[in-house]
Design a protein around this ligand. Structure first.
Ligand SMILES: [Zn+2]
Length: 177
């Protein structure tokens, strides 16, 4: 099966597979790969990219793989064994492909078992993980829609912005870590 042309593969630690079955709100089966303790969901190509931020904020725990050359998909009646096999949720209604909304339940399970999702950085589109950020005071003009005058951003983004300000005018950024 060609991944990347037809399918995206969502990969997570096996504890997320167990948690998804226990949660019981997503009717789509996943593939268990005991060898490397991972589980995989199959999505139509490009599905995850329709909701980029919800996927990005859990990308530390759950990866969307779009460039695997090949991915072995076990026969759909294979539900046990030492090799890759399917795990079907209770109330499975048929079908083997998840959609972009899978991310909602994955986020719940990741929070329960693996950790906090990322926040948004105010200066770039990349996810901001708890240990990466610094608090900065941004100029008033860019804060009209924000309730507070300090925001969390990547340390690197804060440095880039501060050096840009030094070149373009008075510095209005105060890093307060
Ligand atoms: Zn940033």
């Amino acid at each position: 099966m060609r991944i990347g042309k037809i399918l995206d593969v969502v990969e997570a630690p096996d504890i997320i597979g167990k948690a998804m079955l226990a949660l019981g709100t997503n009717p789509v089966p996943h593939i268990v790969t005991p060898d490397d303790a991972t589980v995989h969901w199959l999505l139509p190509r490009g599905a995850a990219h329709r909701r980029p931020w919800p996927w990005a904020r859990i990308s530390r725990y759950v990866r969307v793989r779009t460039s695997l050359a090949e991915f072995g998909i076990p026969g759909t009646d294979l539900t046990d064994g030492p090799g890759p096999h399917w795990a079907y949720p209770e109330g499975w209604g048929g079908g083997h492909l998840a959609d972009e909304w899978l991310v909602e339940d994955l986020a719940v399970c990741a929070l329960m078992h693996l950790g906090q999702p990322a926040q948004r950085c105010e200066l770039c589109p990349e996810p901001l993980w708890a240990e990466d950020g610094v608090r900065v005071v941004l100029p008033r003009s860019s804060l009209q829609k924000l309730s507070s005058d300090t925001v969390r951003v990547h340390a690197q983004c804060a440095r880039t912005q501060a050096s840009r300000d030094r070149h373009c005018g008075p510095s209005t950024h105060h890093i307060t870590t």
